[in-house]
Design a protein around this ligand. Sequence first.
Ligand code: SAH
Ligand code: TYD
Length: 405
Amino acid sequence: MKTCRFCGDNIHEFLDFGKQPIANAFIPPEQVGGDEYFFGMRLAFCPSCFLVQLVEQPSREMMFHENYAYFSSISRYMAEHFRRFALMVMDSYIDDDPLVVEIGSNDGIMLRNFAEAGVPSLGVEPSANVAEAARSRGIETICEFFDKDLAERIRSEKGEADAVLAANVMCHIPYLDSVFEGVTALLKPAGVLIFEDPYWGDILEKTSYDQIYDEHVFYFSLTAVSFLAERYGLEVIDVQPQPVHGGEMRYIIARKGAHKVSGMVEALREKEKRMRMGDLERMREFADSVARSRDDLIRTLTDLKKQGKRVAGYGATSKSTTVINYCGITTDLVEYISDTTPSKQGRFSPGAHIPIKPYEEFAAAYPDVALLFAWNHAEEIMKKERRFMEAGGRWLKYVPKVEIS
Ligand code: SAH
Ligand code: TYD
């Protein structure tokens, strides 16, 4: 039996996605047909600390490197989200001699707001290409993986931090003990760690199984995060649900007793009990819903093909890699995927090798149906795709259920 990556107790596997490639490893044409890395993607639950986790994860260097495909600033909506995040931090959590450190700062989508306000900040970003994009915007960035040693180096060179921020990265890091020790060492006595990640409660409720892929080694709930925090003398002082990335939770964490604890924390703890977040049987029900969702999607795509409809994917997300490979979608069912990210265009999707085409090709000859892989950006996309819909184009969605609209 395998053991929990955090607390060491026995974990229970409840969902097997079979062999999966690196979710963001979009393949250049000359490498199609060459060796491609796959790993067995299985999900497990720890009944002691409630951490939902991947049993196996590829090495960090295979996922985060100088050709990392995800540039955060591609979405205007996310830029606005991080502007508000930064304002909240500046309003509530910095003193007269501030320092803000961000883990996984990518192209500077969050820190640019501190730079513009003249608040000293430092990014930690191991993927060299996105780190370079941040630097070119004048944002100081250390191109390394965050851990305890680096945290201590930052403290000795820059002093203690008012806030350590992390968006969509804490769930990527398997060695949470080193991260939490580092953050605790880096923070001022009243400093805060604020992080947000896809919320396991949303994934359960929406059957959004496409949040499960190589980078996401952990799927957090408040119960699990409280367990982590306590180990380091910390506590969750607030929780704030976020509508981005299909449903996230923001956790604000501080040294025990340093801040007042919001009533939202107890309310969410109670809600998680009602949602049976500690119940292995609930995890098994989720696994059944995932299998049903896959069957519905394949049936719908096969029917569309029989009707002679052209189907294209919309958004070559990391999430789509799980859906495509788990459901067995090929170019037979989805002709190509449209994406606005230049570094993905002209490449092929990991595993199934569906071509990624520039958005302009989608707009120049609309397919009959667009399979919405970037469903987490639906609001932004629906606003700008009126012409597609007026031309008779339809959307195929699979979260929370498979349907054509
Ligand atoms: N915070 C951004 C980027 C999220 S993608 C946003 O929310 O849009 C995750 C980022 O974390 C990637 O840029 C990746 O290179 C970086 N990353 C992965 N492991 C890391 C680690 N151990 N320390 C710091 N950054 C890490
Ligand atoms: P996203 O859902 O943010 O990330 P993840 O990789 O974590 O699943 O990725 C959105 C992708 O969709 C990104 O490659 C850009 C693309 N995209 C479009 O092609 N058009 C759009 O209008 C938007 C918002 C995104």
